[in-house]
Design a protein around this ligand. Structure first.
Ligand code: NAD
Ligand code: MG
Ligand code: MG
Ligand code: MG
Ligand code: MG
Length: 342
């Protein structure tokens, strides 16, 4: 039987778990700016940790928040929230490790470095995760609207016996409990996140699009038609699934599309794809992918650079840029018409 996860809401959280405490937010990027501002607006004492020469320092001050070096911020803090890029976290942790006192908390928004042993905190600190399921600008926008972004919560190490309560208060402080916070573990969050982005969200979807595009163009169809059918319409379909599940999507398309989709989907993404997915999951679970990515970073990212360039050079990108300009033009003239009408 499937075991369902526990979900926490506002009523389950107690903000006193953060009362009188200072949260140091390391980094002021996508997640950092949102956590720092939301926590501060929720009445939590916040200091942002950034290097002396960081270009984000002015933005922090303009947003009315306190900024200090990572070491100074960590020294003042009871909770250190690691919101610099995952590849940078081990180095930042090495700098600030001495500032973590017994009973302090090391807080994450993704489990990679803890789960794969790149950061090994002392036994006397709490290690928690509050990971919003959305990019930082959405986390901030939802909060400002009085809404919240759903999130995940996990406790890796509970030295004080209060790690879960404090993490839940943190999740409330950034607005996540308004929507719902799903309980998970560092292992589950890390492995499902990596698998999802590799097999479906980032890897699987782009490969499906490119291979379908190439199939049509190689068969003599125009790149423009191939782009529309294989990439542009993807958003319309995904929006329907996002709003109402697979069922709403099937209800919205024609019966012909439904029958063709139901009969041919598994022909394209067949049992080989399933076996390949299992291999991808094996590499995530065994740590083989993590080792590959860590070594790639240590070598200054040669394969990453090359793959990135090849993706930029794909014909679909050039065709898409031209066609999206037409849409931008159409949208502009539409809003011009609206303006003329009023
Ligand atoms: P980001 O790349 O947007 O921001 C990182 C910030 O860290 C930069 O703006 C800068 O202020 C600072 N920084 C960059 N390089 C640095 C260095 N060498 N030394 C010190 N500081 C440096 O990062 P992000 O996407 O917000 O990711 C932060 C964490 O949140 C990661 O663990 C990530 O996995 C997690 N996360 C991100 C998202 C997302 O949508 N972006 C969603 C959920 C979880
Ligand atoms: Mg401290
Ligand atoms: Mg993710
Ligand atoms: Mg990820
Ligand atoms: Mg069609």
């Amino acid at each position: 039987m499937t075991e369902h996860a526990t979900i926490y809401y506002d009523d389950d959280a107690d903000s006193t778990a953060l009362e009188g405490k200072t949260v140091a937010v390391m980094g002021y990027g996508s997640q950092g700016h949102a956590h720092a501002q939301n926590l501060a607006d929720s009445g939590v004492d916040v200091v942002v940790g950034l290097r002396e020469n960081s270009s984000s320092r002015d933005a922090v001050r303009e947003d009315g928040l306190d900024v200090a070096t990572p070491v100074e911020a960590a020294a003042r803090a009871d909770v250190v929230s690691m919101l610099v890029p995952d590849t940078v976290q081990p180095a930042v942790y090495d700098d600030i490790a001495d500032e973590l006192d017994a009973g302090d908390t090391l807080q994450f928004a993704h489990g990679f470095n803890i789960h794969f042993g790149q950061i090994e905190p002392a036994d006397d600190v709490d290690v928690t995760m509050v990971a919003p399921k959305g990019p930082g600008h959405i986390v901030r926008r939802d909060y400002e609207r009085g809404e919240g972004t759903p999130g995940l919560l996990a406790v890796y190490q509970d030295a004080t016996g209060e790690a879960a309560d404090e993490a839940l208060a943190y999740a409330q402080g950034i607005g996540c409990t308004r929507a719902g916070v799903v309980e998970t573990s560092f292992r589950e969050e890390t492995e499902t996140d990596l698998f999802g982005e590799q097999a479906v969200l980032c890897g699987g979807v782009t490969s499906l699009i490119k291979q379908a595009y190439e199939t049509l163009v190689d068969a003599g169809y125009s790149p423009e038609m191939a782009y529309f059918e294989c990439l542009n319409e993807m958003k319309l379909i995904v929006d329907l699934m996002y709003e109402g599940g697979l069922g709403d999507m099937w209800d919205s398309v024609s019966d012909t599309a439904e029958f063709g989709g139901l009969t041919k989907g598994d022909v394209v993404v067949d049992e080989h794809a399933r076996e390949n997915m299992e291999e991808v999951l094996d590499d995530v679970q065994s740590g083989a992918f993590a080792r590959e990515w860590i070594a790639e970073n240590q070598a200054n990212r040669p394969a990453y650079r090359q793959l990135r360039q090849a993706e930029k050079d794909h014909e679909i990108e050039e065709v898409g840029e031209r066609l999206r300009d037409l849409f931008a033009w159409a949208e502009e003239s539409e809003s011009n018409e609206e303006r003329n009408e009023t």
